[in-house]
Design a protein around this ligand. Structure first.
Ligand SMILES: NC(=O)C1=CN([C@@H]2O[C@H](COP(=O)(O)OP(=O)(O)OC[C@H]3O[C@@H](n4cnc5c(N)ncnc54)[C@H](O)[C@@H]3O)[C@@H](O)[C@H]2O)C=CC1
Ligand SMILES: O=C(O)[C@H]1O[C@H](OP(=O)(O)OP(=O)(O)OC[C@H]2O[C@@H](n3ccc(=O)[nH]c3=O)[C@H](O)[C@@H]2O)[C@H](O)[C@@H](O)[C@@H]1O
Length: 429
């Protein structure tokens, strides 16, 4: 099958490499000429384990182009994977989606299956269908399919190849799209969840909102445990043998970040408010998440007579391990807040780069050793394996002070205490 993937971001590139690996002829297009140029030179503009190798393995049937119109016009299957960021009021910005749909409308002369993989609010795919009709495209010339994506950054290839489901939303009278979707994903052993266009959109938002709920819930419980000197890990162990609860997504820490949970929970709140539903739980999830970084800074302040002026090494910049993505990273927010408080911040990340430059009291180092040297305190802000396995004896020799704040509950407090360092965590008694 010939598939054009629109958008060479995390989802577009993962889809392109996986679908090419499944044997399809794939062209991935993007308006960002620099991105396409580097992809055509064999470079991959994002860090995602395994993606470079998979692109290279499938180079015979995977191409990249910045000629979006030309490619869209030639391919019968268009998979849209462009960004859907938040507007200031939380509503989803559909500008990129609309511009792709308009390009499809301009060039459509033979039947196309238009698949929306980007996360879009309930009602969007119906709007896409109506937009094409309003532009004079005959309904028998196209089908719109909602096919949301559930991969995680850092394990994107694995997640797509081992999907636990393939959600397909279609219009009631659509008889053509299901066989096309099944042949696109032929080779993946995942159950199909069939629903309406808006049903598929709601499944995606509900999934992300539910996962974000688990995180904010456990962070709130950790705050209570902290006051009663109870170890949060004991509590999680104690509840998670119950299959109704499960052990997943109950890691307390700085809170959720990334390009999706913050924007998608806000977007779902916005969709609810538009229909006069007050989404109290969605609002509470966000309120807890927004105050997590401050909660950790308060904990840190209690370890010093005067926090401003101290030199702090923040280990981790990415919003989670195994990615270079810093969008809505809690680590970045922590770095920014500490610098605003008057601390000197050294930072280091194995893959990610600070999204801002030129702040006098923030320095990103290229080695961990440089970042921790002569610091009063070390904060683990992203739980990269490299930070879980630190040689704390060596680190202690490099540091000036003796405080370690584990903001991701990823190190064993006893290994820190043994060396005479002070371990600070939330609910890690
Ligand atoms: N990042 C993730 O882990 C996941 C993201 N999603 C959803 O997938 C969508 C894409 O997310 P990411 O891949 O992270 O986005 P991204 O921001 O990494 O990439 C989007 C790409 O689309 C390109 N683009 C924008 N307008 C275009 C146009 N008119 N024609 C061609 N290319 C265009 C941009 O230049 C950019 O390279 C979003 O809706 C997101 O919510 C869903 C599941 C996982
Ligand atoms: O729609 C999306 O974009 C994707 O959003 C998340 O994937 P992702 O953002 O890549 O990463 P997660 O592993 O879900 O982590 C999100 C945030 O939650 C935090 N988190 C995660 C798990 C946990 O137990 N505790 C916790 O604080 C992470 O540190 C990170 O900041 C979902 O897990 C994917 O299923 C979904 O496809």
């Amino acid at each position: 099958m010939k598939i054009c993937i629109v958008g060479a971001g995390y989802v577009g590139l993962t889809s392109a490499s996986v679908l090419a690996d499944l044997g399809h002829t794939v062209c991935c297009v993007d308006t960002n000429k620099e991105k396409i140029k580097s992809l055509n030179l064999g470079e991959v503009p994002i860090y995602e384990p395994g993606i470079k190798e998979l692109i290279s393995k499938n180079k015979d049937n995977l191409t990249f182009s910045s000629n979006v119109v030309n490619t869209i016009s030639k391919y019968p299957v268009i998979l849209i994977a462009v960004g859907t960021p938040s507007l200031p009021d939380g509503k989803t910005d559909l500008t990129y989606i609309h511009s792709v749909v308009d390009l499809i409308a301009e060039t459509l002369t033979s039947y196309k299956t238009i698949i929306t993989k980007s996360t879009v609010p309930p009602g969007t795919n119906e709007e896409i269908h109506n937009r094409l009709i309003q532009k004079g495209i005959a309904p028998e010339l196209f089908s719109v399919v909602s096919n949301p994506e559930f991969l995680r950054e850092g394990s994107a290839i694995f997640d797509m190849m081992n999907a636990d489901k393939i959600v397909v939303g279609m219009k009631k009278n659509d008889k053509k799209s299901l066989p096309i979707m099944k042949s696109i994903y032929q080779g993946l052993e995942a159950p199909y969840i069939m629903t309406s266009l808006s049903g598929a959109e709601m499944i995606k938002y509900t999934s992300n909102a539910f996962l974000a709920t688990k995180i904010s819930f456990i962070n709130e419980i950790a705050r209570i445990c902290d006051k009663y000197e109870v170890n949060i890990e004991d509590v999680v162990r104690g509840i998670s043998t119950d299959p109704r609860i499960s052990p997943h997504f109950l890691q307390s820490g700085l809170g959720y970040g990334g390009s999706c949970f913050p924007k998608d929970v806000r977007s779902l709140e916005h969709s609810a408010l538009e229909k006069n539903i007050t989404p109290l739980i969605l609002q509470a999830i966000q309120a807890t998440n927004h105050t997590q970084v401050d909660f950790y800074i308060d904990k840190l302040s209690s370890a010093f007579d005067n926090l401003p002026g101290k030199t702090i090494s923040v280990l981790g910049i990415a919003f989670k391990p195994n990615t270079d993505d810093t969008r809505c990273s809690r680590a970045v927010q922590l770095i920014d807040k500490l610098s605003q408080l008057g601390c000197k911040v050294n930072t280091y990340d194995p893959k990610a780069t600070l999204p801002f430059i030129g702040k006098a009291n923030i320095i990103q180092y290229t080695t961990l050793e440089q970042s921790v040297t002569d610091t009063d305190c070390i904060i683990i802000a992203t739980e990269w394996d490299e930070f879980r396995q630190l040689d704390w004896k060596k680190i202690k020799e490099l540091m000036k002070g003796n405080v370690v704040l584990d903001a991701r509950n990823c190190i064993d407090p006893s290994s820190i205490y043994e060396l005479g360092l002070d371990y600070i965590g939330v609910a890690r008694s």
